[in-house]
Design a protein around this ligand. Structure first.
Ligand code: HEM
Length: 141
């Protein structure tokens, strides 16, 4: 089981990198979108959608590999209260990602205020992501 646990940890870290890259690249694409000409806008929107897909797969992989590791590496024993801070951060991330999705639909149908709000949701998701990583390091590090 040791090798399975280590492979799961490897997968957890790869997904962490893929998800984390998103929180760096998305704000850059978002800023370009705001001022892009209509033809460039279509390209940036496509890029943002592809990135969002990678982000969702990364999040799903983190959740699945995390739960499996808690079972196979930690036998369901929570090492410290920081673990619950991490879980709260994850819940916050899921809430902000869902709000951002609903908001993006409105933005695509021409709602300009929704376009402005998407930056705020991206920032809130990034802050929650930071809290999750910090709490993970204090929990298991
Ligand atoms: C957004 C979601 C997540 C992120 C960003 C994340 C991040 C991290 C990071 C950075 C570590 C390495 C900490 C260290 O070793 O110092 C870690 C380890 C770990 N995570 Fe996650 N995690 C996420 C979701 C989850 C979930 C949902 C669970 C379980 C319910 C979980 C369970 C674990 C376990 C058990 C380890 C320790 C592995 C070990 O050293 O044996 N993670 N996580």
């Amino acid at each position: 089981m040791l090798i399975v646990g280590s492979i799961l940890f490897f997968i957890h870290i790869v997904a962490l990198v893929a998800g984390g890259a998103n929180s760096v690249v998305m704000p850059i694409v978002g800023a370009r979108l705001a001022t892009a000409t209509p033809d460039l806008r279509a390209g940036f929107l496509d890029l943002a959608e592809q990135l969002a897909k990678v982000g969702k797969v990364a999040m799903g992989t983190l959740l699945l590999s995390g739960i499996l590791m808690l079972w196979l590496r930690w036998d369901w024993v929570v090492p410290s209260a920081w673990f619950w801070v991490k879980m709260l951060g994850i819940v916050a991330m899921i809430v902000f990602i869902s709000l951002n999705e609903m908001n993006a639909k409105k933005a695509r149908s021409g709602d300009r205020d929704a376009g402005k709000r998407s930056k705020m949701f991206g920032q809130l998701t990034a802050v929650a992501f930071g809290v999750v990583i910090l709490a993970a390091v204090f929990t298991f590090g």
